[in-house]
Design a protein around this ligand. Structure first.
Ligand code: 2HA
Ligand code: ZN
Length: 271
């Protein structure tokens, strides 16, 4: 068996959590990540019959039966993942009946997976139903995105269009737009279900006054999505109290999509 501390998926989680902390997106224990891993990649490092603990799930996760995920820990700080991976994250496997999960590695010293595990698993199921290559769900609290949810209307189309106008790259990075949920209690099945409903059509769902959920096929795509939304929100916050002399028009956004051979969300551009 190979040394799990050298596994590419453990190294990548260390790297990404450290980066997210330095971006200022994950104060204290804020934020969580889960990543669906390929079985043969995991089984080079872990004995699949060596289960440390089994914990219940409060909803049906059978669509992920037998899948392994690496997940950050509840109450744990992104700041600490790199120097102590085994305390601050772990590898789980969803049970065949989808009603519980096994912990195979990590979550040492009383750790457990993130409080947002139901939302993560529901989002994985929703994204896999529309994109079989989907693998990563990432949640964090970027300041400008949060700030924007206080001052901008929370309509999906209006919010998306403002973000698209803030940087030329936005419509290229998320042509399907973003979705926004009103404030809700976090860590519950209800917020998980509401997010999963929205994330079938987009890869970014914003939680008003809380944070962002991003989904993607790998870490780079998911991190890049969040980074782009946060950059656009930062520009919006910088200019929102200044009269605009010009912006990017819908015709210009449509021209960008044509050039990059992308289809923007139907009905969002007035062209
Ligand atoms: O504390 O970010 O949404 C972790 C969270 C909960
Ligand atoms: Zn949060």
């Amino acid at each position: 068996m190979n040394n799990i501390f050298e596994a590419p998926f453990v190294r990548e989680m260390c790297h990404i959590t450290a980066n997210m902390y330095r971006m200022g997106w994950d104060e204290r224990n804020g934020g969580n990540i889960s990543w669906i891993l390929e079985n043969d990649a995991v089984e080079q490092y872990l004995d699949p019959s060596h289960v440390l603990r089994t914990l219940p799930l409060s909803f049906d996760a059978s669509a992920l039966a037998g899948r392994y995920l690496i997940v950050t820990g509840t109450g744990r700080y992104f700041r600490n993942v790199e120097r102590c991976p085994q305390d601050n994250m772990g590898v789980i496997r969803i049970a065949a009946d989808g009603k519980s999960y096994d912990i195979l590695w990590g979550f040492e010293n009383g750790g457990r997976p993130t409080s947002e595990l139901p939302t993560h698993l529901m989002n994985h199921i929703a994204r896999l139903s529309v994109d079989p290559a989907h693998r990563v769900v990432m949640h964090c609290h970027p300041a400008n995105t949060l700030a924007m949810t206080y001052v901008h209307e929370l309509d999906d189309r209006a919010f998306t269009k403002t973000l698209w106008q803030m940087c030329t790259e936005c419509i290229v990075v998320f042509p399907e737009g973003v979705s926004v949920l009103p404030w809700m209690v976090c860590g519950t099945n209800e917020i998980g279900e509401a997010t999963a409903e929205k994330i079938k059509d987009v890869r970014v769902v914003l939680w008003a006054a809380h944070g962002i959920f991003g989904a993607g096929r790998d870490m780079d795509e998911t991190f890049g999505l969040i980074e782009t939304v946060e950059k656009a929100a930062e520009i919006y916050i910088k200019i929102m109290n200044t009269p605009w002399k010009q912006s990017i028009t819908d015709a210009e956004l449509a021209a960008l999509c044509k050039e990059f051979k992308l289809t923007p969300r139907a009905g969002y551009l007035d062209v």
